[in-house]
Write a protein that binds this ligand. Sequence first.
Ligand code: ATP
Ligand code: MG
Length: 582
Amino acid sequence: MYKKILEYTGKYRKYTYSSIVITLVAVLLNALPFLIAYQLIAPLLGFGEIDSSGIVWRLIAIAACVTLYALLYPFGLRLSHIAAFNTLKNLRISLQKRLEKLPLGVIQEKGTGTIKKMFVEDIEAMELLLAHAIPEGISNIAIPTVTLIFMFFVDWKLALLCIASLPIGMIAMKMMYTSGTSKMGAFYASAQKMNNTIIEYVNGMEVVKVFNRDGESYRRFETDVKSYRDFTLDWYKECWPWMAVYNSALPCVALFLLPVGTWFVLREWSTLPNLVLVLCMSFSVGGPLLRALGFASTIPQLNYKIKALEDLLDHSELCCSNGGFKGKDHGISFENVRFSYTDTEVLHGVSLDIAEGSLTALVGESGSGKSTLAKLLVHFYDVNGGSIRIGGQDIRDMSIEALNNEISYVSQEQFLFNISLLENIRLGKPDATDKEVMAAAEKAQCGEFLSRLEKGIHTLAGDGGKQLSGGERQRISLARAILKNAPIVVLDEATAFMDPENEAKMNAAIAEIIEDKTVIVIAHRLHSIINADQICVMANGDIAACDTHKNLLHSCGEYQKLWNAAQNSMEWKVSSEKEAKV
Ligand SMILES: Nc1ncnc2c1ncn2[C@@H]1O[C@H](COP(=O)(O)OP(=O)(O)OP(=O)(O)O)[C@@H](O)[C@H]1O
Ligand SMILES: [Mg+2]
């Protein structure tokens, strides 16, 4: 699993390895003074000659070790941090690339909160693994191991006494992991739920206020925050007693060594110099071991986060190849297309042919599947059955980029990035000049509202475009599509938010941009599409009829119903306007 994470280190992997070597040397230098201290103490206890020049050299050696440790340790950590933060960057970029290829449904299912948590917090947690746990953990394990081996050479009985307290700490740690891990799943699920609720609460503030749902919405917010607290405390309560035992028992290597070792010396089973040496060396066992195991305690959490990341990374991608667009023209055919977002099928075998350069209108009741059909064409989702072809080429046989180049899609829910309106429009054609962007904005009837803004086209769109009205957002999205100038244009309710005056202007602009293009227009206002080459009436996830306005009025009951409703609303509007004048 860590191997997989290390794969993301890329060219910085050598930094990780260098940092392991450097921290290892640093930790060795940190342990060495205890050995030198023994050589200083031994003669004072009457073992060996007191050599005054040797004392000076040994003191210098201790100072050198401490200084080198102070220099090398931060240097090693610096390298591991460079590697770690670059790995985090690589992980985030590859996660974003994966997200691009995942069906929209998978992303929506996870929720914004969970995805944000993965991008920000879960990936950040890898920093502990890469920057600290790997270099420091490895070196802090290596030092006690080497020291213990050396101790066994000096006096195996004293070495055994030194490690006698370790099992207590190890058992406590094992218990801590076992009890902690059993709660981990529920703990993380609760954290993700809280994240999603907080984001939903903030995003839905408008609805909360309008419908006076402050109390209810807050209660859900409060419940999730409280349940997260309860899960956290529950988790810690399981771990605390064991944590206390292992924190106190593990570093206490002198627990048996000092009393039993002294007894061994008195019984002449061991010697005093050996006891002093082993005691000095034991100081470099407990501390590093505790630090290393401290990192180990974070591993179950990391495991969980890595697994969640991998689950997302491993989710089956959209079915598409790397090929380019090779269609013979830009005619579109839906062949027996079936699709379901969840368990319920929403499109039941839709077949529809759209000739190149023609204008097709999709009409039908709300929820009949119009937007879904458009989303399948732009390959937001994979069809569950049947196929969609452009110029004879299945859209699954081309890359998402290749397909995107062929289609300008203005969706029902316009989203603007919080960058200037100019840059938002330029997304349609990244290499467009400012002049081209302005011209597209003008064509999409943005001129009038842009002139009202203090900074004009350089105004920031706000979070998700929230600083603009619905109609203004639609015009910016349309300008983006105009600039893109792709051979296929899909407009999903592109003028739904507009007032009649702007709608008329906009329809004129649309008429201009769709000339010579293959166009699909989804519209509720039937008057704007009566001249379409074909009007397809959708009902309950299928196409009820497909013909011209004139023919449908005679042959399709569903269309007559829609048309009558549209007529009634027009009459209602005219009469209310008349009444207003009276
Ligand atoms: N993300 C989604 N997850 C689950 N079901 C969805 C999702 N989006 C749409 N649906 C369902 O699919 C069906 C078709 O929805 P679609 O948005 O295509 O309708 P529509 O014809 O565009 O309606 P409208 O005219 O209101 O825009 C509806 O029953 C809807 O509830
Ligand atoms: Mg729709």
